[in-house]
Design a protein around this ligand. Sequence first.
Ligand SMILES: Nc1ncnc2c1ncn2[C@@H]1O[C@H](COP(=O)(O)OP(=O)(O)OP(=O)(O)O)[C@@H](O)[C@H]1O
Ligand SMILES: [Zn+2]
Length: 696
Amino acid sequence: MAAAIDGVLPEHLQELVKNSKVLVVGAGGIGCEVLKNLVLSGFVNIEIIDLDTIDLSNLNRQFLFHREHVGKSKAKVARESALSFNPDAKITAYHDSVTSTDYGVNFFKKFDVVLSALDNRAARNHVNRMCLNADVPLIESGTSGYNGQVELIKRGLTQCYECTPKAKQRTFPGCTIRNTPSEPIHCIVWAKHLFNQLFGESVEDEDISPDAADPEAQEGDAEGTEIPAGDGAGDGKEKSASESANGNVVRINTRQWAKDCNYDASKLFNKFFFEDINYLLRMSNLWKSRKAPVPVQWDTLLPKGIPDGDSLPEFARQFHKVWSVEECAQIFSNSLRQLSNDFLKLDNNDSLVWDKDDQAAMDFVAACANVRSHIFNIERKSRFEIKSMAGNIIPAIATTNAITAGISVLRAFSVLEGKFDQCKAVYARLRLNPRNQFLVPDKFFPEPNPNCYVCASDPAITLRIDTKRVHIKEFRDEVLIKTLNMVNPDVTLESTGSIIISSEEGETECNEQKLLSDMNIVDGVILKSDDFFQNYELSIIISHFDAERDDPLFEVIADKSQLQPKEEEEEKPEPSEKLVSRKRAANGNGESVEKCDDGPSTSKRSRPTEIEDDDDDDCLILEDPEDDVVEATDKLTVESPPKTATKRKPSDVVESDEITTILDSSDEEESRPTKCKRSRLEKSEGTGSIEIINID
Ligand SMILES: Nc1ncnc2c1ncn2[C@@H]1O[C@H](COP(=O)(O)OP(=O)(O)OP(=O)(O)O)[C@@H](O)[C@H]1O
Ligand SMILES: [Zn+2]
């Protein structure tokens, strides 16, 4: 406990540290380092929360964990390991999600400072709200590869985490994924969707079947090739016609069909890689200006079948090798067997969750993505490369985590001393600036956003929404919970006070399937939404629009002046205040995926695919204003943040305190300015060559 030794910290700080109570949220890469630093600095009252268990791939950088801890609670093991540095510390560990209602505002009020070390936006948003409500200073941190950042969030003094809009996730149109992939990532997304369709939580938007409603396939088809919507791929029109003749089309979903086939690798393989591709070929328009796909058939590929035996072939563990298509077919068969066994052991409504660290799940996606790439004449990738793309991995660098955690704890010292002016955001950079600095603090605290829908005094948003197509349930789940990050919202009509959504079970279920317009939620109506748990109230001003095919069904707009007539909207650049939009089905009626009796359907309307954002380190470092801001390292979840985003200038103030001094950049470094703003990390130079150092 170095810092408890007199003279290491000033006496008054030593006392403050000893008597304070701190919460660490997240016991991953940064969280472990933060906990270790806190204990070694003399903090004795610490609580730590993490919902996860230790994975083998964490061990290369989460040094409180060792091989024997794999599978155990991160928070609990972190506690045990940290106690070995100071057995007298009082560390309470929670193996739980910080968003659980057990950790309300009163829980947060216990702490003098909260240090968050999370990896996703939803949890960060939630902790932000709890700390604002409890009026506890929050030290928010994040890393991505060689970039890191730490910032203080304090009610009334700084911006909150939600003051600035976050970059949108990178989306791919549904037809690109289902019909016309042109990059490895399109095939990887498709393969992940296939996994979900067979074994995971089934999402309608993620249907992998060819999309007969693709406008490009329909328009101006001189040959007049008819693509029967809803036809089973590969079984052709005959089958469909005979079914139509007796008017008794039996439709089943892909999952059921695969189960009925007993997960026969050859049948599934032929379905996805031969019959469906042949079906796509019949959409001749698609192939007028692109190279047509070449279907592959199981028997042609593996005339001798799969070698007997359960053991994996040697190449299956060669993660850097680019497997041949034949090898992919073998891996497909092996992983399919493993996954179907696991799936069939589950209870009826349970499903598997895709995880990049699950061998069979990763093998399945790598094999399927590569076979599809081969079919579409796209470069195949090694399992290792596919894992990094599919898992949205940004290379995690232990030293960046350590530096970031170090700064977090230095900031905690300043907070305890009440020296908030010394807590401006700090950015760790990949390259030294001209003054040989790679830790660059902000010059000032950016003003809280007066339109912030979280920390403004009377938060309000305008919600542009198709009230004739969005149901109350979708409004609650997609808008209030997923987009606005509420946990358990209540909603009333402002004018009448009538309850639309109640957080009490059983009170408003009868409304769920109604359209907003059925409940008189139409243009101009104001809704009052309230999350008791987050102590958060929000006015929602409804602005109705008729969504066209492939339009997002809703859009949250922080500033009403952003609403423009349709024609103008097309001209103007993406406004920064458009916070989030989720694309939804054109028909939006929530119908389940329908299939023909001996093969899944081939016809789905085109929908965009949003790459999951499950591990999003929300950091952004903007480079020169002239530079295009590009997406996070090799992470696939974000688009360029809007150019209109506020940029901050680097500070030229050298902070005075000995302990917390982080030498600053200066304005003289015009050649390499560091204009910073929270949100996402840019693509760093050189990161393309970074090895992902996760242990497989
Ligand atoms: N809602 C939440 N409540 C509590 N802990 C959370 C919550 N969301 C995320 N976390 C934790 O935050 C930590 C973030 O750490 P980190 O970014 O190093 O992720 P990781 O899962 O350990 O690593 P990787 O994603 O690279 O495999 C994780 O341990 C994760 O379990
Ligand atoms: Zn705010």
